[in-house]
Design a protein around this ligand. Structure first.
Ligand SMILES: NC(=O)C1=CN([C@@H]2O[C@H](COP(=O)(O)OP(=O)(O)OC[C@H]3O[C@@H](n4cnc5c(N)ncnc54)[C@H](O)[C@@H]3O)[C@@H](O)[C@H]2O)[C@@H](O)CC1
Ligand SMILES: Nc1ncnc2c1ncn2[C@@H]1O[C@H](COP(=O)(O)OP(=O)(O)O)[C@@H](O)[C@H]1O
Ligand SMILES: [K+]
Length: 514
């Protein structure tokens, strides 16, 4: 699914109005009908509704919603904030429609005027500013938003299209923005919804279709995207009846150190459960029994060191030996001992196929930036925000961090993800994809190790690095969602993500057969 900029959304709007029999007022009515239906599903008709409207089309949506809620028996009132001297045409048309049907529902608040004190249990609807925001709010508008935010403890807030004050495509850090519990947005996610720094503004997101032109959507390029089930279904390749273990690749996993063998176990199990043909694990001496007992499907090389690994480079002494492994996954629980760093550097001398680099392997790269240049092009790097910062440095805000992520993916021809609620995946072509599966139950030690195993497995099976990243991150989150549904977000642990991989694959197959 494409993520469009505010400018592109305006163009989509204009294109739809030009190319189809739908007028801009019809489009607004559609948007208002969808929002009203959502509100009616979530709040009883005894809920008083205070709709705060600006003078643009976002306010026009608010006026139409007020009318439609009244039609459904709600005690809804529109408070029109005169933050400028000019109202948009569709705002005025909807004001007139409301005025005609329910004149007592309109309340004008002049600039610097006072807001009403909402009744207990009232729902606040924010239709002050939408994607037409041209600068951070200030003055009276900012004061109004501040007052509404002060009411949050006692009232739920539903934002229409985008929380007022939030910039769709730029950072809104240190600006005044409505803190919504729910955001009802039209047709597309906005980039701002996916940034961790905006989590307190956006709340739950509901995307409501309003039938914008599919032609415009198809023909308009976009740099930002959201992965969806259909796309993953197209990537997924079911196993063929005559396939054998050689068909699905041999992966080498280099992981674990004393006290962190669990990370190696989680990665190995995830790699096996994702369908790799053969898995060899290189682990320190202390981990032998642990891996052999926990993952009998994996073969095992023991390092000469007991508590960390320092000789894994010996598996790839030359280019011919590298061909034995389709890919290597390195990092979970590995530690950053001097011998480990040295062996990693030696490994990169002869292994030039895309590999998966996570956790301590990323920390090693962070402390020896020259090694970054030796990472095979096409490799998958999987930092969480702290590892990202160690690798590429700090940024002032989340938008700048995305740019830094993308710049490194392009410059180094790497596939780099940045973990989070909406994991961002940056590709060498400059595009950035966000993943929407997953839940806070996955915020538990070992979840990332599971992801490394999944990605390593998919690369070994011959998925392209891009396919492996898109599909692996989606499967990881979906399995986390199955685990949470069965065991709760609190009780689920990283092993559960591995256990539910099977259910996710079955779901993919089901989608294929529909
Ligand atoms: N295709 C779509 O997505 C559709 C959009 N609609 C609505 O239309 C909205 C966009 O409408 P508009 O373009 O009229 O924009 P807005 O409703 O966001 O308002 C723009 C107005 O606010 C003023 N303004 C901008 N920044 C300000 C600031 N910082 N402080 C105070 N005033 C400021 C502008 O001067 C202008 O008068 C969307 O967010 C959505 O709610 C819907 O009506 C239907 C279809
Ligand atoms: N709130 C959340 N919503 C969705 N996914 C999450 C959430 N919290 C964590 N995750 C996912 O869980 C994984 C955690 O990885 P990481 O921090 O590397 O864990 P660890 O180092 O303990 O293995 C990431 O893939 C991340 O996207
Ligand atoms: K709004």
């Amino acid at each position: 699914m494409k993520i469009f900029t505010a400018q592109q959304i305006r163009e989509a709007d204009a294109y739809t109005i030009r190319q189809t029999p739908i007028s801009s007022l019809d489009l607004m009515e559609k948007a208002a009908i969808a929002c009203t239906a959502w509100i009616c599903r979530h709040y009883s008709e005894y809920t008083p509704v205070y709709v705060y409207c600006g003078l643009g089309n976002n306010g026009g949506d608010g006026l139409a919603i007020t009318r439609l809620l009244r039609n459904r028996g709600y005690d809804a009132h529109a408070y029109v904030l005169h933050h400028s001297s000019k109202a948009s045409a569709d705002h005025t048309a909807n004001r007139n429609a409301l005025q005609q049907q329910y004149p007592s529902a309109i309340h004008d608040i002049p600039e610097n005027g006072l807001l009403p004190q909402p009744d207990a249990q009232a729902l606040i609807v924010d239709a002050i500013l939408g994607t037409g925001l041209s600068r951070p709010v200030e003055g009276w508008t900012a004061a109004v938003i501040g007052q509404l935010n002060d009411l949050k403890a006692a009232h739920e807030v539903v934002a229409i299209d985008i929380p007022s004050g939030l910039q769709a495509d730029a950072s809104s850090l240190n600006t005044t923005v409505i803190r919504a519990d729910h955001t009802l947005s039209f047709e597309f996610y906005k980039l701002a919804f996916l940034l961790p720094e905006n989590a307190t503004f956006v709340g739950d997101i509901c995307i409501l279709p309003i039938d914008l032109s599919p032609d415009y959507i198809a023909q308009t390029p976009s740099r930002f995207h959201i992965t969806d089930a259909l796309q993953i279904k197209n990537i997924y390749r079911p196993r063929k009846p005559f396939s054998h273990k050689g068909t699905f690749g041999h992966a080498l996993l280099i992981a674990g150190s004393e006290g962190k063998m669990g990370a190696a176990v989680l990665s190995a199990k995830a790699c096996l459960r994702t369908g790799v043909g053969l898995l060899s694990c290189h682990i320190p001496g202390c981990g032998y029994d642990i891996i052999q007992i926990s993952s009998p499907g994996a073969m095992c090389f023991i390092d000469e060191q007991k508590d960390h690994s320092s000789s894994f480079h010996t598996h790839i002494p030359n280019a011919e030996a590298a061909a034995k492994y389709k890919t290597i996954g390195i990092g979970p629980g590995l530690g950053t001992a001097a011998g480990t760093c040295w062996a990693f550097e030696k490994l990169l001398e002869h292994f030039h196929q895309p590999m998966v680099i996570d956790a301590d392997a990323l920390n090693i790269l962070g402390s020896s930036p020259a090694m970054l240049d030796k990472i095979p092009p096409g490799s998958l790097l999987t930092p969480h925000p702290k590892e990202f910062e160690r690798l590429f440095g700090k940024t002032a805000n989340d938008v700048e961090r995305l740019e830094l992520l993308s710049a490194n993916a392009v410059k180094r021809k790497l596939n780099i993800l940045l973990k989070g609620r909406y994991t961002a995946m940056a590709f060498p072509d400059g595009s950035i994809w966000f993943n929407t599966t997953g839940n806070p139950g996955m915020a538990t030690g070992g979840s990332g190790d599971v992801l490394t195993g999944i990605l390593t497995s998919l690369l070994a099976q011959g998925y392209t690095p891009r396919e492996a990243m898109l599909m692996g991150v989606w499967l990881h989150g979906l399995s986390g969602d199955h685990a949470a549904a069965e065991r709760s977000e609190e009780a689920m642990i990283a092993e559960d993500i591995v256990e539910f991989l099977g259910k996710s694959f079955l779901e993919l197959r089901r989608r294929l057969s529909c």
